[in-house]
Design a protein around this ligand. Structure first.
Ligand code: PFF
Length: 445
């Protein structure tokens, strides 16, 4: 089960929160949340989303961390140790989701690198001339370029995971996350003061509940799991490095709050600008990359702001991509006795290769059942595997390993937990029923 090396731990509670928030806050918040909101009708979606985060997401996050901290193992090993039998499949499903998500995540991470450079070579001119969409289209259809940037992104991810928990993941997350937050605040001021911004604010903040349907619920659920890094054993894995004295409910609450705050702020940057420049809110994966150059072009020193923004987006993406790779690597390290170096390099490069179809899909029209390959991979992982994983994790804590979970979340009774009743009730009944219901209503391709 173990390769004889003592298991690493986070250096401090803050270190864990920063790493877990680093995992949660990523492309899902700034790239995906606005375009999914745009595709699903705006404010009504946002309300659904926030409700799902704080009821189901928070409960499942605590469940995952508790499982990992008790077992002190990767996603598969944790279920094997605490119960075994078919429950191990939940861990396996998580590892599979890790492969799929990181495969396309690396592609978008690569786009960020391209845009840092492009900020100084024509992106601002395109933004000013209203041709940012053409520039984006030209880039994503240039397959070799997209693949090279994806490779660079994956190499950075591999390198940090290879360096390990404290010296790699924790150190970088602690410094860089606060910078992103501050920059978002500056951009909000620019975006909401653009002429015509009000319509965007109304779209984003004034709910029209007639827009809700099964597909919207499923999109909100999938996005909640994706954004919080839930349903695939990521928080199990990160929890396995957590010291026993840390309060899990407190740490999980902070992570949920930070994650939601960043997504919400990103929407406040994007939507006023979308409407101010007469763009389409439902434009899909290109939304952030097409809208923001317009905003930057309107700011003094735009190229610098643009480069800084895409740099911080890149950092947010990397603190998430390392957590995705860590889920996979922890399995090979714990269960197969691989060295960290071997796990990081071999699996990182395999996942890079798996991402190539996504990288070329947006340009070449590589489609599965009418969706671009990248969108299809995202749909399968985010809207199916993650919610299913979350459903089983909730059931596991609610019905199967309940006493163990109760002891672990209070650290054998030494840490008070006022929400024990509601938490267990959500794990037992509310989360499983809600997820099953949303599946039934929303699962259409
Ligand atoms: N939460 C990340 C984001 O919002 O970009 C993506 C992610 C990371 C999903 C880790 C799942 C995961 F396990």
């Amino acid at each position: 089960m173990s390769n004889g090396v003592e298991r690493e731990q986070w250096g401090s509670k803050l270190g864990f929160i920063m790493a877990a928030a680093g995992s949660a806050v990523g492309l899902g918040n700034i790239w995906k949340f606005p375009y999914i909101t745009g595709q699903n009708g705006g404010a009504a979606f946002v309300i659904m989303y926030v409700a799902l985060v704080f009821v189901i997401g928070y409960a499942v996050m605590m469940a995952e961390i508790v499982i990992g901290r008790k077992a002190e193992l990767n996603a598969v090993g944790s279920f094997a140790k605490l119960k075994g039998g078919p429950w191990v499949l939940v861990g396996w499903m998580g590892i599979a989701a890790g492969f799929i998500i990181l495969s396309f995540y690396g592609v978008i991470g690569g786009w960020c690198i391209k845009y840092i450079l492009a900020s100084f070579t024509g992106l601002m001119a395109a933004g000013a001339a209203g041709t940012a969409g053409d520039l984006f289209g030209g880039f994503i259809t240039n397959a070799p370029q997209v693949i090279i940037y994806q490779l660079i992104f994956m190499l950075v991810t591999i390198w940090i995971v290879y360096k390990g928990i404290g010296e790699g993941i924790e150190k970088y997350c602690k410094v860089l996350m606060p910078g992103l937050f501050i920059l978002l605040l500056i951009l909000i001021v620019r975006s909401v003061t653009l002429p015509g911004a009000g319509k965007g604010l109304a779209f984003y903040l004034k709910p029209d509940f007639s827009k809700l349907n099964g597909g919207v619920f499923l999109a909100a659920l999938g996005q909640a799991f994706f954004s919080l890094s839930l349903g695939m054993g990521c928080m199990v894995t990160y929890g396995s490095y957590l010291p026993k004295e840390t309060s899990i409910p407190g740490a999980a609450a902070q992570v949920c709050f930070l994650d939601t705050a960043v997504a919400f702020l990103a929407g406040l940057v994007i939507f006023p600008a979308v409407f101010a420049f007469g763009l389409e809110p439902g434009a899909g994966p290109g939304l952030t990359f097409i809208t923001l150059p317009n905003v930057f072009a309107q700011m003094p020193g735009g190229a610098m702001w643009s480069a800084l923004f895409f740099l911080l987006l890149l950092v947010a993406a990397i603190t998430s991509s390392i957590s995705l790779l860590e889920v996979v690597c922890a399995y090979f390290i714990d269960e197969m006795n691989w060295s960290r170096a071997k796990a990081a390099w071999v699996m990182g490069l395999v996942i890079f290769a798996l991402g190539v179809p996504s990288a070329i899909s947006l340009g070449g029209g590589l489609k599965i059942a009418g969706k671009d390959f990248l969108d299809a991979a995202d749909f399968l992982a985010s809207n199916i595997l993650l919610p299913l994983g979350g459903l089983f994790i909730a059931l596991f804590v609610g019905w199967v390993w309940t006493d163990g979970a109760k002891k672990e979340i209070t650290n054998e009774g030494t840490i008070p937990f006022g929400l024990m009743g509601p938490w267990l009730w959500i794990c037992r009944v509310v989360a499983p029923l809600a997820i099953a219901w949303i599946f039934l209503k929303g699962l259409k391709w």
